[in-house]
Design a protein around this ligand. Structure first.
Ligand code: GLC
Length: 438
């Protein structure tokens, strides 16, 4: 059975990327440390065949949580100079709340852990054992959500901000282009490492990197103090993907706390946050004439009128009502779902900034497809969900476990290659999940 052999190959990718210290790298050479949202997806993959590794993945990430609840986007468990910017650049020790035993970055990534813990619960055969593990970790995740609402919801509207494009997970999306125009960073001297591993036509430009570095320099100047960052960062955005993931994770934490029993105060807190978040994500981030959720640029006080794969992620947390959900599906199919295109391009194929090769400016990413698949199923859009899943599996099966893929069927077939890192962990992990029944 081809499905079986694909699962076996995917398992080998995950096992190959698993490290002795109990965490999994996203991809050899290109990403040699532990990344936050990657770890969540990786744990889901492992849970299907090696629950102990799934637990280790979560444990090793949460072991690097800061005292204030913050969870960093990179944990530098080991030394490795094949990546820039590394531990010496990020300097987490500038902040007194960062862990003393390990170096991390001072920016975060989408809060996936709530729904990941729930997934582990649903997948595991031994519910008693997995609940024991969940009980030992869940309060750390709760504390992380408290951090977001107390530090990053500056208008008290249930919508948290990100202060760096790397926090979105969608690093060089065209959504940020106009924000870069408000900045004029110096030309930093640094040695890119990514372009020694991957063709530079598939990666962000050096000038884009100047902006990324500049924001971190600013955060470092303030010792990663949230209040000062909120006041001064030129990049301050409410991202529909980040917020949808937070809402969905709140929902999952509520379910898990109920199963565990006796956590009334925490459930009450999460429920009240979600009520507000759900109202305001619709009020503030939905644009009915475009039929899509948009990013809100808090620093410059306006919506960013561009559609990308994150625009559909509120389906994942149940935010849109039925009419809005139908509209989202139409936008998705009309713009992204043409027959000669794989679902789902990371950026509007009709947009002038769309680039089939370049990272988050057009290629298909399997983790976003997974989120979209579950969002569509939540609204019983079974046929579209099936297309997203089948497109994902076709790409992986014919081209391999790449980091991202050309969305054009014709170009993909002609070049017969995926892009970015090879043997990429979350692509493998989510392939396993797509092909498993639980
Ligand atoms: C890239 C992706 C980011 C991911 C990281 C590690 O930077 O944009 O989302 O977490 O690689 O895989």
């Amino acid at each position: 059975m081809p499905e079986k052999s694909l699962i076996e190959k995917a398992k080998r990718v995950l096992i190959g990327n698993f490290q002795k210290k109990g965490f999994t790298i996203p991809s050899k050479n290109l990403y040699p440390f532990q990344w936050k949202w990657d770890s969540g997806f990786i744990a889901i993959g492992f849970a299907h065949f090696d629950i102990e590794k799934a637990k280790k993945e979560i444990y090793s990430l949460l072991d690097a949580q800061w005292e204030n609840g913050f969870i960093p986007h990179i944990v530098f468990h080991t030394k490795n100079d094949s990546y820039f910017p590394g531990a010496e650049f990020h300097k987490s020790s500038l902040n007194s709340k960062s862990p003393k035993h390990i170096d991390t970055s001072g920016i975060t990534q989408p809060p996936v852990l709530g729904f990941v813990l729930e997934k582990l619960y649903d997948i595991a055969d031994n519910k008693k054992e997995i609940l024991k593990f969940i009980k030992s970790q869940i309060n750390k995740v709760y504390k992380n959500h408290q951090y977001f609402y107390s530090k990053r919801d500056i208008n008290n509207e249930g919508l948290v901000y990100i202060y760096h494009n790397w926090e979105s997970g969608t690093d060089n999306s065209p959504v940020w282009d106009n924000i870069w125009k408000t900045m004029n960073p110096p030309r930093y001297k640094f040695e890119r490492k990514d372009t020694t591993h991957v063709d530079s036509s598939q990666r962000p430009t050096n000038r884009e990197y100047d902006h990324y570095i500049d924001i971190i320099e600013l955060a470092k100047k303030f010792n990663y103090d949230d209040n000062k960052i909120a006041k001064h960062s030129p990049f301050l955005v409410q991202d529909p993907l980040f917020n949808s993931i937070l809402i969905r994770s709140n929902e999952c934490l509520i379910r898990l706390y109920k199963i565990l029993g006796g956590n009334e105060e925490k459930i009450k807190y999460l429920k009240s946050k979600n009520e507000k978040s759900l109202i305001n994500i619709n009020k503030k981030l939905y644009n009915s004439s475009m039929g899509a959720y948009l990013h809100f640029d808090l620093r410059n006080g306006k919506k960013i009128p561009l559609i990308c794969s994150s625009s559909f992620s509120p389906l994942f947390c149940g935010a849109p009502d039925l009419e809005m959900a139908q509209k989202l599906k139409s936008t998705l199919m009309e713009k992204f779902g043409k027959h000669d295109y794989y679902l789902c391009s990371s950026f509007d194929p009709e947009g002038k900034q769309h680039d089939q090769k370049k990272y988050w400016r057009g290629p298909v990413w399997i983790n976003l497809n997974w989120i979209l698949y579950h969002g569509l199923r939540r609204y019983q859009f079974e046929e579209t969900a099936k297309r997203v899943k089948n497109d994902s599996l076709e790409l992986v099966d014919t081209l391999g476990f790449y980091e991202y893929f050309n969305p054009s069927k014709k170009t993909s077939k002609e070049s017969n290659k995926g892009y970015g890192g090879e043997n990429f962990s979350w692509t493998a992990a989510l392939t396993i999940d797509f092909l498993s029944r639980k």
